[in-house]
Design a protein around this ligand. Structure first.
Ligand SMILES: NC(=O)c1ccc[n+]([C@@H]2O[C@H](COP(=O)([O-])OP(=O)(O)OC[C@H]3O[C@@H](n4cnc5c(N)ncnc54)[C@H](OP(=O)(O)O)[C@@H]3O)[C@@H](O)[C@H]2O)c1
Length: 356
């Protein structure tokens, strides 16, 4: 575990010869905001930083605080609107970014929001996706999949290319093979007052969202070994002084968590997250499961010509393919997927997204 000053010092050593292009989905508040601000400071503003979210006013305030280089025109700081609960909206933003960007070096996914973080309330979006999974997983999957050509281009130019999803890495959540969209869990939910209230469906959404992110980095990390894919846990963070929101019924829980656990400010968290994002090890690509200090819990780098195998033959045995914590026959600490479960999740995800 690096100290805060060690993490900050290692971030301070990041000095690329090119102006990095960084997209922060969820950069308008919390951990994403603090990471974008730290990167802007580190590069003296010489970067193309894109904050994606809904709150244009917050974005304008954040962007106004970034350093503005006067000796270079290689920079741009902008806001792009997206409601990430709409897959159509996410797709439109990705199409727009692909039209006008040459490359992306860093894609950082932090957006979740109160509905995705509630431990008691559940529901579904207008497009029929689970309220927890839509922001915790589906939007992140779609951003990753659709923006990958731009990350590949950055890597081809000899630059860094890193996708980081900030959620619940290494917490022991497993990728299941049943009820992947939580349709059955929601149907069994208990209706109470003004919404569907069920600890089971909401809690499942919280945990599965985290597990599915393991599947996300594993799937794309095996397909694109030259690019780094990180799933990281931020720890308990007081974002803009606020604690997490577990749902109205459990609000006192956030006070207990704050009392019992070490809660850090978002700027401190951002140093650890940035430390993991800019880490020299991930420069060569690979799959990383990291903790709240940016330390690697488990990682693996496949060779550049690697052919992914999630079917359980040749490189991995069929027993290993069904075993949680193994990726294509390789044991990966902190990883909650199995080849069978991840392949099923990906097939399901593509099926669902193709219908929207
Ligand atoms: N904070 C913690 O203690 C903690 C603990 C464990 C895990 N995590 C996870 O770590 C990640 C980062 O945490 P955080 O507290 O910084 O994030 P957060 O408060 O959950 O998310 C804030 C961001 O999400 C965006 N967002 C919310 N709803 C949106 C929507 N419908 N469309 C587009 N963007 C939307 C917000 O942008 P707009 O308002 O502009 O839409 C904002 O930028 C999250 O995934 C969170 O679940 C956090």
């Amino acid at each position: 575990m690096p100290s805060l000053s060690t993490a900050a010092a290692s971030n301070a050593a990041f000095s690329p010869s090119y102006a990095p292009v960084a997209v922060f989905v969820g950069g308008t508040s919390g951990v994403g905001q603090a990471m974008a601000e730290a990167l802007a400071r580190q590069t003296d503003g010489r970067a193309h930083i894109i904050l994606v979210g809904r709150n244009a006013g917050a974005a304008a305030r954040i962007l106004a605080g970034f350093p503005k280089p006067t000796d270079s025109d290689e920079w741009k700081h902008e806001f792009v609107y997206c409601d990430a609960t709409s897959m159509k909206g996410v797709r439109a933003v990705c199409d727009e970014l692909k039209r006008r960007l040459q490359r992306i070096n860093f894609l950082v996914l932090t957006a979740s929001g109160p509905k995705a973080n509630s431990m008691v309330e559940c529901g579904e979006t207008e497009e029929g996706l689970d309220n927890h999974l839509v922001m915790r997983y589906f939007a992140r999957y779609l951003y990753t999949r659709d923006l990958l050509p731009l990350l590949v281009r950055a890597r081809e130019e000899g630059q860094r290319a890193h996708v980081m999803t900030v959620l619940g890495a290494g917490l022991g959540f497993k990728v299941p093979t049943d009820d992947l969209g939580l349709v059955e869990a929601r149907a069994a939910s208990w209706k109470f007052l003004h919404g569907a209230v069920t600890s089971s469906a909401a809690m499942k959404g919280m945990m599965r969202g985290a597990a599915y992110n393991d599947g996300l980095v594993a799937w794309f990390g095996t397909k694109y070994p030259q690019i780094a894919f990180t799933h990281i846990y931020p720890g308990q963070v007081a974002t803009e002084g606020k604690l997490f929101y577990p749902g109205w019924l459990l609000t006192p829980l956030s006070w207990i968590v704050a009392f019992m656990r070490h809660v850090i400010p978002q700027d401190e968290c951002a140093q650890y997250m940035l430390h993991a994002l800019l880490d020299a090890e991930s420069e060569r690509g690979g799959i990383y499961i990291r903790d709240n200090y940016g330390d690697v819990v488990g990682s693996h780098s496949f060779p550049a010509d690697y052919q992914p195998n999630f079917s359980g033959d040749s490189s991995s045995s069929s027993a290993a393919a069904a075993k949680i914590g193994f990726l294509n026959g390789i044991p990966l600490k902190g990883y909650g997927g199995s080849d069978v479960a991840v392949a099923r999740l990906m097939e399901y995800t593509e099926e669902v997204l193709s219908e929207i």
